[in-house]
Design a protein around this ligand. Structure first.
Ligand SMILES: Nc1nc2c(ncn2[C@@H]2O[C@H](COP(=O)(O)OP(=O)(O)OP(=O)(O)O)[C@@H](O)[C@H]2O)c(=O)[nH]1
Length: 219
C-alpha cells in the first residue's frame, strides 16, 4: 500500500519566540489539530468542555463546528492543542468529516450505554482513515462510565476493539471527570512521539484578522 507523505510539509519544531526563556534552554512549541468524533450525544462537547474549562457546558447539541485551544507541556515541549468539536448528528456528517482533513489526532468517542454508538465506531474509523490518512493518532473513549447501572458495552469490548485497531483506549466520564485529562495527554504524547508537525499555515484560522476584499470581488 502506498504511504502518504508525512503531513504537513512545514518545520515541526519552533524555537521559543523572543520574550521566552532567557536561560538559554531550548523550548519547543508544537501546534496540533485534534478532532472530536463520534455519534451524537456520546458526550464529545462535555468531554472537551471538562478538559478545557473544567466544567460542563450548558446542554445543547453541537450545530456545525467549534474549536477550543488547550496548552499541554510534555517534557520540554509545549503543545498547543487546537481541538475541534464536531457535530455527531447525521445531518451534519458531511460537514463534520470535512474537518478531519489535516488533523494529527482524533478523540473517538462512544457511549457505554448506547450500543449503536459503539457499532458506529467502525464507520467513524473509516471516515478518519479516508479523510486524515493512516498516520494519524487516535484514542478510543468509552464515555459515561459513571452510568454503570445502564452499561451495555462492557469495558473488555472497548479494549478489544481498540486493540484490533491498534489504538489506546480509556473509559471516561465527563460528568465525574474520570480520565479526561489522561485521554488528551495520552493523545498529545502519541502525536509528539510520532513527531507530527504543526498545523500548516493555511489551517490556522486567525479570528482577529479582518477580511479584505480581493480585486475581483470589488464592485
Ligand atoms: N452521565 C453522563 N452523562 C454525560 C456524560 N457526558 C455527556 N453526558 C450527557 O450526554 C448528553 C450529550 O452530551 P454532549 O456532550 O452534548 O454530546 P455530543 O457527543 O457532543 O453530541 P453532539 O453535539 O450532538 O454531537 C448530555 O445530556 C450530557 O449531559 C458523562 O460522562 N456521563
Amino acid at each position: 500500500m502506498q504511504k502518504r507523505p508525512s503531513w504537513p510539509q512545514v518545520s515541526p519544531l519552533r524555537r521559543a519566540p523572543a520574550g521566552g526563556p532567557t536561560d538559554g534552554s531550548r523550548k519547543r512549541f508544537l501546534l496540533a489539530k485534534v478532532v472530536m468524533a463520534g455519534d451524537t450525544c456520546v458526550g464529545k462537547t462535555c468531554i472537551l468542555s471538562r478538559y478545557t474549562e473544567k466544567s460542563l457546558p450548558s446542554l445543547i447539541s453541537t450545530i456545525g463546528i467549534d474549536f477550543k485551544v488547550k496548552t499541554v507541556t510534555i517534557d520540554d515541549t509545549t503543545m498547543k492543542l487546537q481541538i475541534w468539536d464536531t457535530a455527531g448528528q447525521e445531518r451534519f456528517h458531511t460537514l463534520s468529516v470535512s474537518y478531519f482533513r489535516g488533523a494529527q489526532g482524533f478523540v473517538l468517542v462512544y457511549d457505554i450505554t448506547n450500543p449503536d454508538s459503539f457499532k458506529n465506531i467502525s464507520t467513524w474509523m473509516k471516515d478518519i482513515r479516508q479523510k486524515a490518512g493512516d498516520e494519524v493518532e487516535i484514542i478510543l473513549l468509552g464515555n459515561k462510565c459513571d452510568k454503570e447501572h445502564k452499561r451495555v458495552i462492557q469495558k473488555e469490548k472497548g479494549e478489544r476493539l481498540a486493540w484490533e485497531y491498534g489504538i489506546p483506549f480509556l473509559e471516561t466520564s465527563a460528568k465525574e471527570n474520570i480520565n479526561i485529562d489522561n485521554a488528551f495527554v495520552m493523545l498529545a504524547k502519541s502525536i509528539l512521539t510520532k513527531k507530527y508537525s504543526l498545523i500548516s499555515e493555511h489551517d490556522v484560522v486567525n479570528l482577529n484578522e479582518k477580511k479584505t476584499r480581493t480585486d475581483c470581488c470589488k464592485l
